[in-house]
Write a protein of this length. Sequence first.
Length: 263
Amino acid sequence: MTPLTRTPHDPPALVLVAHGSRDPRARVTVEALMARVRRLRPALPVHLGHIELNEPLLPDTLARLGTADAVLVPLLLAPGHHVKRDLPEAAAAAPARARVAAPLGPHPLLAETLCARLTEAGWRTPPDEAARRASAVVLAAAGSRDPDSAAGTRRTARLLAERLGVPVVPAYASAAAPTVADAVRALAARGRHRVAVASCFTAPGRFAAQCAEAAPGIAAAPLGDHPALARLVLHRYEQALTAPRRAGSRRPHAARRALAPAA
């Protein structure tokens, strides 16, 4: 693998870090988002690395960058194990200086993207108070046992609720409760029968499909390459450049094990 040629005047590379998926649409979607980020900032070197399942894997991307500094922008929607441990370890193992940006959520630009995808799927603002009392949205997310992840998802739900004017209830595909189906039933028990599902997933995959199948009506598409999401990626990149650098783990072998493809 030949390292890329860089000059001292080049800005740090932006490395999009996708989770990886067996669904082939996921890679296509992430590459479309990467292309949109490049169009917004043509002079900025933008690369892609996966945590697992797809190539290029993140350690390989960082190795190819050689001595070029980088900012890892996780395409993850809340804090969790990958953001707190795996990515800092990968950054510590990189050949050059690498920073880890915050996850994409919570942030108003994420809520803007979620709102836009719901609108594309057919969501309309309730026309009167009676319709509003009967309406709600379930925010479907991957789920994590990390309490910070759940807190981040709840914050995103509140931001989306402020935009929509109806309750937004977080629900999860794995590792946390409630499930989307349970959230829909709980809302129906409260008289809210007009329920849509917002997809808090970057790209199509098993979890996104599982949550959409539980929707009683409108199910939004994943976030994809929406313009607001591309702007959010660049915002997280700029934030990481100006934030004080936190001390990272110095366990490169652990990092490579954590980011190795699943068997």
